[in-house]
Write a protein that binds this ligand. Sequence first.
Ligand code: ATP
Length: 269
Amino acid sequence: MTLTAVKSKENNQAGQTENVLVYNTKDLNLWYGDHHALKNINLEINEREVTAIIGPSGCGKSTYIKTLNRMIDLVPGVKTNGSIEYRERDIFNKDFLVEELRTRVGMVFQKPNPFPKSIYENIAFGLKIHGIKNKQIINETVEKSLRGAALWEEVKDRIHEPAYGLSGGQQQRLCIARCLALEPDVILMDEPTSALDPVSTLKIEELIQELKQRYSIIIVTHNMQQAARISDRTAFFLNGEVVEYDVTDTIFNSPADSRTDDYISGRFG
Ligand SMILES: Nc1ncnc2c1ncn2[C@@H]1O[C@H](COP(=O)(O)OP(=O)(O)OP(=O)(O)O)[C@@H](O)[C@H]1O
């Protein structure tokens, strides 16, 4: 039984609700050509939690989250074995259409990447691609998504202006709104605040706390304080392996492995 499963069981005995898994990664290995970038990864990720992935540069954090929505398929020469179950279905199974997976699992990148269109069109565009044509539904979804990303009040009077006119932090919240419009189940975030100033970072962190009421969030971050502040569980990656995975408080206050302790204390990385 894995650590997370043990904890779920303990919670259950204490009369709390059992955790539901959104992802279950089993013995995952990944190679870029000959380079073994992910080694025997086993991770159970709970729904409606924030799961942080931390570790030094090059340890495989981005590779792992890009595998969760099969964006890794776009890299030539990648090989994998093992499995990743999303809601108990193997994402590598040929019956699981990648388009379906990416609709269920949204992604926000390090650098805000709005389309060169208006604020409104940034959200409406994705809806139209998904076949939604009704103007009223589109208008309502645009507003709902911008509200969900805590951006509506700031942009409601200029939603037909170019998205590039927004600040970096606003652009990142627009990218989150664009993701929310498609009603995802999971949101993957790859260092979403690393290009932002402290005030914009705080806004995104507050937003993540709100979003976890409805979505499961998996976030890669180099910022230890951020992982400690916003995540429920943290996985520490090193050289393509998961060294330790536990509730965030334990990782930061009493890690089991001395390498985790060294990393979070800033002794390397
Ligand atoms: N497209 C690629 N082709 C070949 N090797 C790659 C590719 N992408 C990543 N790698 C290698 O795989 C390893 C893991 O990279 P990855 O980007 O996942 O690390 P990371 O932990 O996210 O790093 P960082 O914190 O610097 O973003 C590194 O050794 C990297 O050089």
